[in-house]
Design a protein around this ligand. Structure first.
Ligand code: HEC
Ligand SMILES: [Cu+2]
Length: 404
């Protein structure tokens, strides 16, 4: 159970955890939770205390003073000054109390403490990208318990809104400006037992499926989590614009986690890492791997084929086209699609782009891919004339350090 601050009567905190079926609230895991819940309960209870007697009196009097049919209505001009003063002035004190606690809660969320741990948040249709600095961008939000964390939030496209129910914080993320929020987490995420993590990880390795957070209820690194939602309706996949928040016990643990994601792990195949980026960096909300059409075209069987463009030209779907599509998506727009893909320029290192290219290539029809590679070696294809010709080693990890 969450620690109860002096403001929250102990009996109320029983409701503050929706692991219990009768709870009103999700679990509380930040220093804001208790105050927010208290104001919420206070207002709800006051409303009920007024609502019930008013409705009872309304029906009671309607019944009591009901006239028989056919009798003329009477004029009623009397009033009772005392009653009217009491029921006007009395409740206004309650409103002042509500305002006081509401404003106090609002101000404490607005004044961001000096020295808070800063994390950048970029939102786009329909994913979150948390920026930990040094090129480490990951969809999961990782913070440290007991330390104030400040989020600097910006949107690439439309208005989104970042909402962490367990922390009782919520703030719009607006294109063209920075919005800020802060919180202090109070309960670290549990870690699942190593055997369980190994077992589940093995299962995903075998099936090759993307990690299902809903089903497992822990992250691929074995942490239980709090939910993070987009709570501003932002288009087709708005309801899937979710991610998770992990609270670490120490700063060192958080830094170790960040380090783990700073680049492609030693010895990992680029195509394998590319698939992880596809899942982590939001590509999967617009591009399918099974041929089905989403907001963008599917990658399946695309590599090496010719692509019809919106301007009537056509272009070979090769390394350069993929690279260009990732960095400058509006340069060549595939026919039949809206130019809504965000640019990943400055957000993916060269090695990341290379890994994505290799991943997309691995989904192509092998004979077509081989033929396309033959093509670009001849140098005949003007779209591949730019830089790294043909198959990729030329742009391999030598560039990895540029990411930092
Ligand atoms: C908001 C949805 C969205 C996201 C997110 C997105 N894309 Fe796209 N992408 C599109 C659309 C729409 C097109 C087709 C229009 C165009 O060419 O710009 C496209 C085109 C492409 C193309 C050219 C495909 C073709 O068939 O001609 C590639 C390659 C590509 N995206 C890769 C990526 C990668 C890699 C990521 C993640 C790092 C990504 N996209 C993220 C929407 C998205
Ligand atoms: Cu959204």
């Amino acid at each position: 159970m969450n620690p109860v601050t002096p403001m929250a009567p102990a009996t109320m905190s029983l409701l503050g955890d929706y692991t219990n079926d009768f709870a009103f609230f999700p679990e509380s895991a930040s220093t804001f939770s208790a105050d927010i819940d208290w104001v919420f309960y206070f207002i709800s209870i006051v409303c009920l205390l007024f609502f019930i007697p008013i409705i009872v009196a309304l029906f009671g009097f309607a019944w009591k003073y009901k006239k028989d049919k056919g009798l003329p209505a009477e004029s009623q001009k009397d009033h009772n000054t005392t009653i009217e003063l009491v029921w006007s002035i009395g409740p206004s004190f309650l409103l002042v109390v509500m305002f006081f606690f509401g404003a106090r809660g609002y101000l404490s969320q607005r004044s961001i403490p000096e020295g808070a741990y800063e994390i950048g948040v970029k939102s786009m249709k329909w994913s979150w990208a948390m920026d930990y600095g040094n090129g480490v961008i990951h969809p999961e939000l990782h913070v440290v318990v007991g330390e104030p964390t400040k989020l600097t939030m910006t949107s690439d496209d439309v208005i989104h809104s970042l909402y962490i129910p367990a922390f009782r914080v919520k703030k719009d993320v607006v294109p063209g400006r920075y919005n800020y929020m802060w919180f202090k987490a109070t309960r670290p995420s549990e870690k699942v037992a190593k055997e369980e993590l190994d077992r589940v990880t093995q299962r995903y390795k075998e099936t090759g499926d993307a990690w299902d957070y809903d089903r497992e209820q822990f992250t691929p690194d074995g942490y239980r989590f709090y939910d993070l939602y987009c709570t501003e309706y932002c288009g087709t996949s708005h309801s899937e614009m979710q991610t998770v928040v992990v609270v670490h016990e120490t700063r060192e643990e958080l830094e170790a986690w960040i380090k783990k994601y700073s680049a492609r792990p030693e010895g990992e195949e680029p195509a394998v890492y590319g698939q992880k980026l596809y899942e982590r960096r939001g590509c999967k909300s617009c591009h399918s791997l099974d041929g089905s059409r989403m907001v963008g075209p599917s990658y399946q069987g695309s590599f090496g084929t010719m692509r019809q463009l919106a301007d009537g030209e056509s272009v070979r779907f090769d390394e350069n086209y993929v690279r260009e599509s990732i960095l400058y998506p509006k340069a060549k727009v595939a026919a039949g699609y809206q130019p809504v893909m965000p640019s990943y320029k400055g957000q993916l290192s060269d090695d990341d782009v290379y890994s994505l290219v290799e991943f997309i290539k691995s989904l192509g029809d092998p004979s077509v891919v081989a033929a396309a590679e033959g093509d670009s070696e001849e140098g005949a294809d003007e779209t591949s004339a730019a830089d790294g010709e043909g198959s990729a080693p030329a742009e391999e990890p030598a560039t990895q350090d540029d990411a930092a």
